[in-house]
Design a protein. Structure first.
Length: 172
């Protein structure tokens, strides 16, 4: 397993539409393990493959990292089959959008289909943080960041802040 660096916005690679996985094999499972390790290292609870520069339709999430218990779940080629009209608002952050937090409204309940790390089709009914996080990660697979859901003004302020922080990191 390897800890991979996480891309931070602005970065055109984060805007890529990720490609479907055509084989759930050992190579993909190594990528999933690297994603999980990179997510834990960054104190995240979710990560999309595109965030480590791999535009494949693969997500890992672990919402219950209680007292060191790690239970990473892989979602390969996830599809949302149904979403409630009712919305739920959460304050979101993102490992690729450092130091920016804001409220995003998304469908409160969803039904999704995906392949697990053995390539078996699974169905998921989710609400609460699980529904929000999965939708946030699936946005990544479409090249969409949570700041793209904010008002034009808030998004431009966020992008200016991110550009300045990236310049400072790169020039030291
Ligand atoms: O894409 C991501 O970075 C996933 C988010 C998970 C998440 C986003 C929105 C709502 C719920 C969960 C991160 O893994 S967790 C949030 C975070 C952001 C920055 C630093 C640490 C944790
Ligand atoms: Zn994110």
């Amino acid at each position: 397993m390897a800890i991979r660096s996480i891309l931070t916005a602005p970065d055109p690679r984060l805007k890529a539409v990720s490609t479907p996985v055509d084989a759930v094999d050992d190579g993909l499972r190594r990528l999933i393990d690297d994603m999980a390790e990179s997510m834990y290292e960054a104190d995240g609870i979710g990560l999309a493959a595109v965030q480590i520069g791999e535009p494949k339709r693969v997500i890992v999430m672990d919402l219950d990292q209680k007292s060191g218990q790690k239970n990473p779940r892989a979602f390969i080629n996830p599809k949302i089959l149904w979403a409630s009209e009712e919305l739920a608002t959460f304050e979101e952050g993102c490992l690729s959008v450092p130091e920016i937090w804001d409220e995003v409204a998304r469908p409160a309940r969803i039904k999704a289909e995906y392949l697990d790390r053995e390539g078996i089709t699974q169905l998921l009914e989710a609400d609460g943080l699980l529904a929000t996080c999965l939708q946030h990660e699936m946005d990544h697979l479409q090249g969409v960041l949570f700041i793209d859901h904010l008002s034009k003004l808030k998004r431009s302020i966020a992008l200016r802040k991110l550009q300045k922080a990236k310049r400072l990191r790169e020039t030291g």
